[in-house]
Write a new protein. Structure first.
Ligand code: 6R9
Length: 578
């Protein structure tokens, strides 16, 4: 039955009113600030609760791959992160220096994140499924001073390239019993010896706190710098969108190697004093439903790829699992298919609320909300403090605001607390995202008459595969290091499960013949360097690549050809080599 629009009006208009009267000061009033003035994320997330009513409440419930369960109260988490901050102090790490992590979801990763923030170092989490190349790239660009990792990951992914990392002074191995050398140290003994008390130094709300790498369309990854003030956004969205209350059980399935796993897998839940469930293992439908039921998860933040995998696995959860505690299911990272929402109504007993944001926004900017009518397929409404518009970039660099319903680039008016402050060392690239007061997101979208935002696609060549961002240039560069590859172009092709699949087109160097053996060898080569999260899944040999007269590869043309779509404007196309 077609839903009439009347009942939506009151909720919507109330919401629009609430948005109008909103001021960020009101969120600051919900936080403490440091005792001596200033604002530090880790104080708001942990220490504040550790000295209050939630001190003994479980902050982190860690589920090991082998089903071990470890619990850390707010008090214990505060002490463990203090110990880590003291380890950094002992190593002579200065405020503003970068501490990287490369690890699975182990408790120490969470101690390191919070301890780094306490020490006012800049924390930069990397995804453990990256290969050596993306890891070293990011460590170099970010000038990593300390790396927190495991023995296996260090040996397999970093050790051989260590000479390329002169700024990396210390490696802390989470699972080592003993130091391996003067600068490769065993972390657990260091934590055990360190003091459990630490006083957070003066932290300006504008001091850098986090560095998250995100992919660009043309160059190597960009390091988005976030500041301590971002915690206002995590606090606000934790209430508005996730509806978190102290004592709730909450589970965010994202890995801290990606922005969701930090903003909503570490900061927002702790700031709200909830029990944050962390599962060490990878996706497994049966296990996930068990976790939801056994842990009595109330708020669950996950991703469309995971939801599609659940849809396929053939389990009818409500027949076998008690999900009666589950209050809210949300997703982020890629378009959420309307069918997934219909499925969830049946299978989980409630819809899924889609949320939209980016590494650059630092927190949820547009979202569906429980109190607002859901329009499946829409990403929802801009949140209070966020003004969204659809713009068109003109040739001269200026922008024009488009009318309601028109498709263009999604832009947000600058000024929300968790907005990235810059791409590290790249002022020009930073400047290119802004026009006057507008931050241009790189996403194509439209906004309907009631303010709902609808995602159309990316305005650039960035690929989202299984919810993870992949920059084609980074993959092309790695492919071209193979001696048989003369040129490479990489695109994302639609995939029903993982959203987009990374496909490479390669032109072979003279003297190499295209055959399956070479195809497998090149794919294997790429996987070894880039890791499974980034490497292409498919490869096709081509005689030449379509390029503009200035030599830029026309990836969109390759994609259009592959999909049998119109080729669009090809007036700048140079002849393809043959
Ligand atoms: C949090 C995160 C950001 C890009 C973004 C857009 C895509 C995110 C989406 C969505 C459709 C949604 N994206 N949420 N597309 N619907 N609800 O994912 O950050 O990795 O930086 O990716 O992801 O293209 O611009 P990040």
């Amino acid at each position: 039955m077609q839903k009439t629009r009347q009942p939506e009006a009151p909720a919507l208009s109330q919401w629009q009113q609430a948005r109008k009267g909103f001021r960020w000061d009101s969120v600051m009033a919900e936080l403490d600030g440091l005792p001596g003035g200033g604002l530090n994320i880790a104080h708001e997330a942990v220490d504040r609760h550790a000295s209050g009513a939630l001190a003994d409440h479980v902050a982190l419930r860690w589920l090991g791959r082998d089903r071990t369960v470890l619990e850390f109260s707010y008090c214990a988490l505060s002490e463990a992160s203090n110990r880590f901050a003291n380890v950094l102090a002992g190593l002579g790490v200065q405020p503003g220096e970068r501490v990287f992590s490369l690890a699975g979801r182990l408790p120490e990763l969470y101690f390191a994140a919070l301890g780094s923030l306490k020490h006012r170092a800049v924390f930069c989490p990397l995804f453990a499924a990256f290969g050596p190349e993306p890891i070293v790239q990011r460590l170099q660009r970010g000038g990593g001073r300390v790396l927190v990792t495991t023995m296996r990951l260090y040996r397999r992914k970093v050790a051989a390239l260590r000479a390329q990392l002169p700024e990396l002074k210390t490696v802390l191995l989470i699972d080592a019993e003993q130091d391996a050398s003067a600068d490769i140290l065993a972390l657990r003994p260091l934590l055990a010896q360190a003091s459990q008390s630490y006083t957070i130094g003066p932290t300006d709300p504008e001091d850098p706190a986090l560095l998250h790498f995100t992919s660009g369309t043309t160059g190597m990854p960009k390091g988005a710098v976030h500041v301590h003030q971002a915690v206002l956004m995590h606090r606000a969205t934790g209430s508005w969108v996730l509806g978190l209350q102290p004592g709730d059980v909450y589970w965010c399935t994202a890995d801290p190697g990606w922005v969701t796993g930090t903003s909503y897998g570490i900061i927002a839940p702790f700031v709200h004093g909830v029990t944050n469930v962390v599962d060490e293992a990878e996706f497994d439908a049966e296990r996930w439903y068990q976790i939801l039921a056994e842990q009595r998860v109330q708020v669950w933040y996950t991703a469309p790829t995971a939801i599609r995998m659940l849809m396929r696995c053939g389990i009818h959860p409500l027949e076998r699992f008690d999900l009666s505690q589950l209050r809210l299911v949300l997703s982020v990272g890629e378009p959420l298919n309307p069918e997934a929402i219909l499925w969830a109504r049946e299978a989980l007993g409630q819809p899924i609320l889609d949320t939209w944001w980016q590494t650059e926004t630092g927190g949820i900017a547009i979202s569906n909300l429980p109190q607002l009518p859901l329009r499946p397929g829409s990403m929802g409404q801009p949140l209070p403090g966020i003004e969204a518009a659809i713009l068109r970039r003109e040739e001269d660099g200026s922008v024009q605001e488009l009318a309601t319903g028109e498709e263009g680039e999604l832009a947000l008016r600058r000024g929300w607390p968790s907005q990235f402050r810059a791409y590290l060392h790249e002022p020009e690239r930073t400047a290119r995202c802004f026009s006057g007061d507008w931050y241009l997101t790189g996403d194509q979208a439209r906004i309907d008459a009631d303010g709902y935002v609808w995602f159309v696609g990316r305005a650039d060549d960035i690929i989202k595969t299984a919810g993870h961002m992949v920059g084609p240039f980074e993959v092309e560069s790695a492919l071209m290091e193979h001696p048989a590859v003369a040129e490479a172009a990489v695109v994302g092709l639609p995939d029903p499960l993982i959203g987009q699949l990374v496909k490479a087109y390669c032109v072979l160097a003279r003297g190499h013949d295209p055959d399956h053996r070479l195809e497998r060898a090149i794919l294997g080569f790429a996987r070894k360097r880039l890791g499974s999260a980034v490497a292409p899944k498919r490869l096709e040999f081509v005689k030449g690549l379509p390029k503009t007269r200035s030599g830029k590869i026309l990836r969109r043309l390759l994609k259009a050809r592959e999909l049998g779509l119109p080729e669009g404007d090809t007036s700048t196309l140079e002849e393809e080599a043959s």
